[in-house]
Design a binder for this molecule. Structure first.
Ligand code: ZN
Length: 240
């Protein structure tokens, strides 16, 4: 069984379609979404409906929460807030309800899925080093946990200590725990513009990262046409 783990789509339909096509080509039969389906880019409705139609496990991201609420976005960075205000206007009440009802944590097969961290899933903590990862591991009761949120693929392994290892293929070994950031489909921030996701091959206990090219010009054009902040289009090309 091969499962595609994808998230931080952020309303980038071209990247989402490219990832799903690649996953199907790679023999994935199951899909799990790390959240942040919407926010930043210009296709929130299409991305939400595409993910919803897949009827796969989805956890809630902070942008899903902010886009589905009516609270003030003043404390956010102004570019993200502008995109979220716009996103709120695009979504129907019924679509906002779907986002609002997403769960924070899911268990799928023998692994756990969360958008940010298991220790405080609603606090949206960012994991950028092994010390951040340690807090998560205290609450991780499955051998493998997948997450997103930073838009940077990362792998933390806990044996007698917690280490970060390169985000390349990972063999799941007995006696170790794994906390794995699957990167971002729709707004990668590791300097590589290509859409990022991971495949977990349960039979071989192997996790691989995939990078997929997509029609970035179309995504950028839609951002300009929607009159979203133009830096959102520029950053896609930089992978930042
Ligand atoms: Zn995100």
């Amino acid at each position: 069984m091969r499962i595609a783990l994808f998230g931080d789509i952020h309303a980038n339909l071209e990247a989402l379609e490219a990832v799903l096509a690649d996953a199907a080509e790679q023999g994935c039969t199951d899909y799990v979404c790390m959240g942040d389906v919407v926010g930043y880019n210009a296709d929130p409705v299409a991305c939400l409906e595409r993910v919803r139609a897949m009827d796969c496990p989805v956890v809630k991201g902070n942008h899903d929460e902010d886009a589905s609420g009516s609270h003030s976005l003043e404390s956010m960075n102004p570019v993200a807030a502008a995109a979220l205000e716009w996103t709120r206007e695009q979504l129907s009440d019924e679509q906002r309800t779907w986002l609002r009802r997403l769960r924070m944590v899911r268990q799928v097969e023998d692994f756990t899925v969360v958008h940010s961290t298991l220790d405080q899933p609603a606090h949206w903590n960012y994991v950028t080093n092994r010390f951040d990862a340690m807090s998560n591991f205290s609450y991780q009761f499955t051998q493998v946990c997948f997450h997103g949120h930073t838009h940077v693929p990362r792998v933390y392994v806990k044996t007698d200590k917690v280490q970060e290892v390169p985000a390349e293929s990972v063999v799941v070994e007995d006696g170790s725990k794994y906390f794995i950031n699957v990167g971002s489909v729709g707004q990668p921030r590791d300097g590589d513009w290509r859409a990022c996701y991971a495949i977990y091959d349960l039979d071989h206990r192997l996790i691989v990262f995939r990078r997929v090219e997509y029609d970035i010009e179309t995504t950028q054009r839609k951002i300009e046409e929607a009159k979203l902040p133009s830096m959102l289009a520029a950053r896609l090309a930089d992978g930042r």
